[in-house]
Design a binder for this molecule. Structure first.
Ligand SMILES: Cc1ncc(COP(=O)(O)O)c(C=O)c1O
Length: 401
């Protein structure tokens, strides 16, 4: 069964039986270390001649089981493509491992201007001081990215987030990958919003993919996690492996187990997230209090055509701007009764938040506004509940805005 070539939804559901052949669902291997039947075996394992688990910070069965699933999902269109992925304790740990393993002092990284606030903060606060030049550029247009690559000469990595948090901008992964490769750089992307269910960046030439598994991959908001996967297996199993082993940002057995549980319903959930979000976006776009609704499924989205080419669905997240700005946004969040006011996204229930005062508050205001995050912007992660309840709640919350 483990050797059969499975379809996407089946990979999500079916667990490898190699770790515990007697158990229907994988047990939680709540063990910090692993045992050997003899000193000879231990010697061979520590020499690297035999593969076995050694110590929970290095790897463990719960993590390996999910890594194999995510590797299969991200590369499903190219079953012969060799890839290697590692799970981390959080999405930020996975992103940090990417930057620290690829970039050296003197290198330049060009990141998309509109990305998750903590990634901007990581680049500014921890990567720049290492002597690495950090540039933020709008990826809507390829020409300025190419000019910057030419001007800098040391560009080692392009970093995109598509769709991006919270503006829902998209960039052309094929064009950016080709550009990066033409100049000897590599292309990386945060695929958290789409998941491999809706977008598979390896199909567009991308070299590295990162995820916050905390979001749609887990889907239930009960565990943090991150994933970094790359096509250069030798690099992944040396440089990236060392990052996780020595920085110690390993996902715990319980959190990996929860992630595996959530992953089983990924396809079903993503379908419902997409259809609910489309209906909520149609409602918001026509509402008098809303000046703009950003959802890839709307024809008014500048990224509608691009997302149709790159993705198989428009996702579960949207953002909208209130005509009356910050105050109206805060009033709306006070009034909602069904949607939950919280910072995260990608869970089964609908979550609402205000980026300027919450997730993106650590981003300098000028940079925030330049990347399209106005004070009146609200982000909505549309859940899989009955969509009428979501729309009714927003409609009543708008009444007193
Ligand atoms: C697009 C994106 N990438 C990365 C992260 C960071 O993930 P984590 O919170 O799991 O560290 C987030 C968190 O919200 C995110 O939205």
């Amino acid at each position: 069964m483990d050797k059969m070539r499975k379809k996407f939804d089946s990979i999500c559901v079916k667990d490898s039986s190699k770790y515990a052949p007697f158990s229907h669902t994988p047990p939680i291997f709540a063990s910090s270390t692993f045992i050997y039947e003899s000193p000879e075996k231990a010697i061979e394992v520590f020499k690297g001649n035999e593969k076995a688990f050694i110590y929970g910070r290095w790897s463990h069965p719960n993590v390996e089981l999910v890594e194999e699933k995510l590797e299969a999902l991200e590369s499903i269109d190219y079953p012969d493509l060799k890839v290697k992925g590692f799970l981390f304790s959080t999405g930020m740990a996975a992103i940090a491992a990417l930057f620290h393993s690829v970039l050296k002092p003197g290198d330049t990284i060009i990141a998309q201007a509109s990305i998750y606030g903590s990634t901007v903060e990581l680049l500014n606060a921890l990567i720049k001081p290492l002597g690495i030049e950090v540039m933020f550029i709008d990826f809507d247009d390829i020409a300025p990215v190419e000019s910057s690559i030419k001007a800098s000469k040391n560009v080692r990595l392009l970093y995109a987030e598509t769709p991006s948090n919270p503006t829902l901008s998209c960039c052309d992964l094929r064009a950016l990958s080709d550009l990066a490769h033409r100049y000897g750089a590599q292309m990386s992307v945060d695929n958290t919003f789409a998941t491999p269910c809706l977008q598979r960046p390896f199909n567009f030439g991308v070299d590295f993919i990162v995820h916050s598994t905390t979001k749609f991959l887990n889907g239930h908001g009960n565990a943090l996690g991150g994933f970094l996967i790359g096509k250069d297996v030798a690099f992944m199993t040396s440089a990236v492996w060392l990052q996780r082993k020595l920085n110690g940002a390993m996902l715990s057995p319980f959190d990996a187990w929860l992630l595996n549980n959530g992953l089983k319903t990924l396809s079903l959930r993503m379908d419902k997230h997409c259809s609910n979000a489309m209906q909520v976006a149609n409602f918001l776009e026509q509402h008098v209090a809303v000046s703009k609704c950003n959802y890839l499924g709307l024809r008014s989205s500048a990224y509608h055509e691009l997302s149709k080419q790159q993705m198989t669905g428009f996702g579960g997240v949207l953002s909208f701007v209130l005509k009356d700005g910050m105050e109206a946004g805060i009033r709306l969040m006070k009034n909602v009764q069904f949607c939950t006011l919280t910072a995260s996204l990608g869970t089964a229930d609908t979550l609402i938040q205000h980026p300027a005062s919450m997730t993106h508050s650590n981003m300098p205001k000028a940079q925030r506004e330049a990347s399209g995050i106005s004070d009146g912007m609200i982000r909505l992660s549309v859940g899989i509940e009955n969509v009428e309840d979501i729309i009714d709640d927003l409609a009543q919350a708008f009444h007193s805005v």
